[in-house]
Design a protein around this ligand. Structure first.
Ligand SMILES: Cc1cc2nc3c(=O)[nH]c(=O)nc-3n(C[C@H](O)[C@H](O)[C@H](O)COP(=O)(O)OP(=O)(O)OC[C@H]3O[C@@H](n4cnc5c(N)ncnc54)[C@H](O)[C@@H]3O)c2cc1C
Length: 388
């Protein structure tokens, strides 16, 4: 095949969801993915779906397994000063989030793309974009040593933070904040410590208790930016986690061997604009958020919703208004999620450079949140996801 309507670079959640939604609306696409299918399906990443993201997956026939195996959560706990309080999403904002791993979302997407005859070409190398400001752009790539050329109407850059698409936008400006710490995360086949997530602010640093299903827990502790994962035995991790959690939670902590252990640096980054000629960026190709607010995967989904609507509109009527507005439309939502993720990161982590002042302000804000339904409502609205 050497021609398609939309060439999609990257077969992560953004690229495969875009391909699937377009196909359901009769628009052809080809996904070019650098890694093998097995590699993409094995990646362990996000786990919290906003209400709007879950609704989009349902609308496009991807909700059955999610609704069967996922867990709807109506709230989260925030812990500090040895205690914790709950932010009740349903009571405050009328909705919930869905706990369903990105690994599962990705599997559902590959399954539906395969079942419906979508095209994902994996293990491509040296992807290059051409003629983005012409009427006939093209993508070249190498597969199994042979260079190929694909002509298209549009290119969707869904190739994540290390892709090639964003560097094809000549005057792109990146707004960035690097946080001076990382997250050491483990996955363990143990029952979760609580029925809902616990975010803990502690003098030793942040901790998060999350989960993927009733026998798969995901835990994180804030660590030094240059920490080495090999210095963290499972025992050391569990001790550190327990030291940062309220006593009433620790009594329910079930430990076990980790089946995955990794360190993730924390960064906020937004590239503007998200389009250039016939190239449109979506997901991590355009923005990165620290995982504290659980927004990365959700932003990839909301970008894809805006972009697919604009492309479907174009193919239905020839109108370019939504495509022309895509970058501004997507960025308006992206920045609100970036703000929320930055706010949660700033509220919950230990920042050495803030000395003794920082933790006092954090505790005052946590106390205010615990006392004020208005403050909790603002958090709940953002956590379940702003409207698409
Ligand atoms: C280690 C880790 C942990 C995370 N944890 C969380 C979390 O807990 N909560 C949360 O909300 N978010 C988390 N995220 C973020 C979330 O996973 C991402 O926001 C989400 O994957 C974005 O989807 P995407 O499709 O835009 O990008 P990606 O998932 O990165 O997909 C991009 C795809 O493009 C491919 N690609 C790259 N370059 C090329 C190229 N040149 N040619 C062809 N293909 C290319 C890549 O192989 C990849 O498959 C995490 C991310 C990482 C890396």
């Amino acid at each position: 095949m050497n021609r398609t309507q939309v060439a999609i670079i990257g077969g992560g959640p953004a690229g495969t969801l875009l391909s699937h939604i377009l196909r359901r609306h009769g628009v052809e696409s080809v996904v070019l993915e650098r890694r093998s299918k097995e590699y993409v399906l094995g990646r362990i990443r996000a786990g919290v779906l906003e209400q709007g993201s879950a609704d989009i997956l349902r609308e496009y026939g991807l909700g059955d397994r999610m609704d069967r195996e996922g867990q709807a959560h109506d709230g989260v706990y925030l812990a500090y000063r040895g205690g914790r309080f709950r932010v009740d999403f349903r009571e405050l904002a009328g909705s919930s989030v869905m706990i369903y791993g990105q690994t599962q979302v990705q599997k559902d997407l590959y399954d539906v793309v395969d079942a419906e005859g979508g095209v994902i070409i994996d293990e491509v190398e040296d992807v290059r974009l051409h003629g983005l400001t012409d009427d006939r752009p093209a993508v070249t790539y190498v597969r199994q040593g042979v260079e190929q050329r694909m002509e298209c109407d549009f290119v969707a850059g869904c190739d994540g933070s290390h892709g090639v698409s964003s560097s094809s936008i000549p005057d792109i400006v990146t707004y960035e904040r690097n946080y001076p710490f990382g997250w050491l995360g483990i996955l363990s086949e143990t029952p979760p410590i609580a029925e809902e997530l616990i975010y803990a602010n502690h003098p030793r640093g942040f901790a998060l208790c999350s989960m993927r299903n009733p026998m798969l827990s995901r835990y994180y502790v804030q660590c030094d930016i240059d920490a080495d994962v090999s210095d963290w035995s499972d025992d050391r991790f569990w001790e550190e986690l327990a030291a940062r959690l309220p006593d009433d939670a620790v009594t329910s902590l079930v430990t076990g061997p980790s089946i995955d252990k990794s360190i993730t640096p924390l960064r906020s980054s937004v590239a503007e604009p998200m389009s250039h000629g016939r190239l449109f960026l979506a997901g991590d190709a355009a923005h990165i958020v620290p995982p504290t607010g659980a927004k990365g995967l959700n932003l990839a989904i909301s970008d894809v919703v805006y972009l697919s609507r604009a492309l479907v509109d174009f193919y239905a009527s020839g109108a370019t208004r939504a495509l022309d507005a895509y970058s501004d439309t997507a960025l308006a939502r992206v920045w609100k999620a970036v703000r929320f993720s930055w706010w949660m990161t700033t509220l919950m982590h230990r920042f050495e450079e803030d000395g003794s002042f920082g933790p006092k302000v954090q505790e005052a804000e946590l106390e205010y949140l615990s006392e004020s339904p208005a403050a909790r409502t603002a958090m709940a609205e953002n956590y379940i996801g702003l409207p698409l």
